[in-house]
Design a protein around this ligand. Structure first.
Ligand code: NAP
Length: 337
């Protein structure tokens, strides 16, 4: 079986490559060129896997690139993971977010339709499409009310792939994934920012960790569990849309407390709103709140109802919240030694 992974250098690309290698796939990945020719998280893969991956350098916004790639390779499966994936950045740069996430997805869907219609395609949709949901938990029937350029772009991608599925009979499945984190999560995402800061403090840093809304409520799972759900979607009898998440809600505050707990520090909080600080037992300021890190519009209150994935795909998350935080902090402690 031949697979093409867009966004193979990102977090999910790393875990998916490992999973599909273990299943005997021939793996092709799209990487966008940069001046240092770095390949992101692919560098963390074991050498035997890394050396087997065939890299195609290209950009999502290049329709001709995908047309030729699909005509040449005709993969059995495509996992379309590549995206401008950071909500905060999407407020600063909405145009490029739309170009990459909307036009890029359209380019790929057109290439599948025109050059490789038997290919099964996965699209990485997101719980951010729910916006600030009023009903908890959220499932495949919850209405979408996106509240960031990122979420709008993903919803456009979602409707594009659904429309192509129905109009042209393509096998395209959408994963409506809730937040999933890991030891290779991008450093700008709040969970990794916390685990890296905690590890830095163990190394002697005195710089307080700066966070935005401590009360933001998310459903955080482990990326290694989620890629198995993605694979199951493409190996299901019908192309459908599935929610993947853990069904547990935790706040940024809880994540932070848990992360400091891993290094034996019990945080106490003082002050309110942007004046709130997190203190160590001896009164040092370890956490500060920064107004600059609040988003123009909050989107949270996420809790996944993943019953459909459990019942139809036999998928469920394995890693619990505390294990996730622990593995992230411990990994950053190891790599910062
Ligand atoms: P990620 O770590 O940010 O990876 C994104 C990937 O897309 C990177 O490999 C990046 O390449 C690539 N990319 C970005 N712009 C590109 C372009 N113009 N052309 C080609 N490649 C480009 O994201 P992730 O956490 O693995 O998430 C995978 C997908 O799931 C994303 O679409 C994301 O939006 C979606 N999603 C993620 C979550 C989550 O919690 N992780 C939840 C829901 C949905 P570079 O290495 O060059 O930057």
């Amino acid at each position: 079986m031949k697979v093409l992974i867009t966004g193979i250098s990102g977090q999910d690309g790393y875990f998916l490559s490992k999973l599909l290698y273990s299943k005997g796939y021939e793996i092709h990945g799209v990487v966008r060129r940069n001046s240092s020719m770095s390949v992101g998280n692919l560098n963390f893969l074991p050498q035997n896997i890394r050396s087997e991956i065939k890299i195609h350098y290209g950009d999502l916004t290049d329709a001709n690139f995908f047309a030729k790639l699909l005509a040449d390779e005709k993969p059995d499966e495509i996992y379309h993971l590549a995206a401008q994936s950071f909500v905060g950045y999407s407020f600063q740069n909405p145009s490029s977010t739309y170009d990459v996430n909307i036009s890029g997805t359209l380019n790929l869907a057109n290439a599948v339709k025109d050059y490789s219609p038997r290919t099964r395609m996965y699209f990485a949709a997101t719980s951010e499409m729910f916006g600030q949901p009023e009903t908890i938990p959220q499932n495949e029937n919850t209405s979408f009310k996106p509240r960031s350029p990122y979420a709008v772009s993903k919803l456009a991608g979602f409707w594009t792939t659904k429309t192509y599925r129905e109009a042209y009979g393509l096998f395209i499945a959408n994963g409506i994934c809730f937040n999933h984190e890991s030891e290779v999560r991008g450093p700008e995402f709040v969970t990794r920012k916390i685990s890296l800061a905690v590890a830095d403090m163990v190394r002697g840093s005195n710089k307080p960790l700066e966070l935005g809304n401590l009360e933001a409520r998310k459903d955080w799972g482990y990326a290694g569990d989620f890629v198995d759900g993605m694979w199951k979607m493409l190996n299901y009898k019908e192309p459908e849309d599935f929610v993947l998440g853990t069904g547990e809600i935790h706040t940024v505050r809880e994540f932070t407390e848990e992360a400091f707990g891993v290094i034996g520090i019990r945080l106490t909080w003082k002050g309110l709103g942007v004046n709130e600080v997190g203190l160590s037992e001896d009164g040092n300021i370890l956490v500060k709140v920064s107004r600059d890190l609040y988003r123009p519009l909050e989107s949270d209150n996420y809790k996944a109802d993943y019953r459909k994935a459990r019942e139809k795909l036999g998928w469920k998350p394995k890693t619990k919240f505390k294990e996730l935080v622990k593995l992230m902090v411990e990994n950053d402690l190891k790599s910062s030694k």
